[in-house]
Design a protein around this ligand. Structure first.
Ligand SMILES: [Zn+2]
Length: 169
């Protein structure tokens, strides 16, 4: 119960609205990554490896949240997305299999319109059933997604360090 309370409190503190139900609507999934060293979720839970960054639409604040608490706030499961991202980073010829995962990167402007059309029309296909040109394209798109994740991690880390040093309010 205490963990849930911490999560609710932090979301309320960092949001614009005053009611928790409205506050939850202010946040969206900015990025996700694995942290083998383990981080601390806003609820206070330590050692979390499945990292989600939530960003506030209005004040642009970012919060580091574990995948379990992310589901409580956003109502969307992220475990599968994290698993798939790990898979494509280990093997760039594999694809994200869920349409909404690909759509998320398209909406963020990570992949282009033609990338998106190509990716979703071939996402269910095994690498060995794709032509060389198609494999090359899929690998290029996966690289864009992985680079975006790495950049988001760096962006968050820099922001966090600024906050720690008190150079940013
Ligand atoms: Zn948590």
């Amino acid at each position: 119960m205490k963990k849930k309370y911490n999560l609710t409190q932090r979301i309320l503190q960092e949001s614009v609205h005053n009611s928790y139900w409205l506050c939850k609507e202010e946040w969206f999934l900015h990025s996700v990554w694995f942290d083998e060293a383990g981080s601390t979720c806003v609820c206070g839970k330590t050692g979390i490896k499945k990292i989600c960054i939530l960003q506030n639409k209005f004040n642009k604040k970012m919060l580091l949240v574990g995948s379990c608490c992310t589901e409580k706030v956003l109502g969307i499961p992220t475990d599968n997305l994290l698993k798939r991202l790990k898979m494509i980073s280990n093997d760039l010829t594999q694809a994200l299999k869920k349409l909404n995962h690909v759509t998320m990167f398209f909406r963020k402007g990570v992949i282009s319109c033609s990338d998106y059309d190509f990716y979703i029309s071939t996402q269910k296909k095994r690498p060995n059933s794709l032509s060389t040109r198609q494999i090359t394209w899929r690998v290029a798109i996966n690289k864009k997604i992985i680079l975006y994740m790495a950049a988001a991690k760096e962006q968050y880390t820099n922001l966090y360090m600024e906050l720690q040093n008190g150079t940013r309010d």
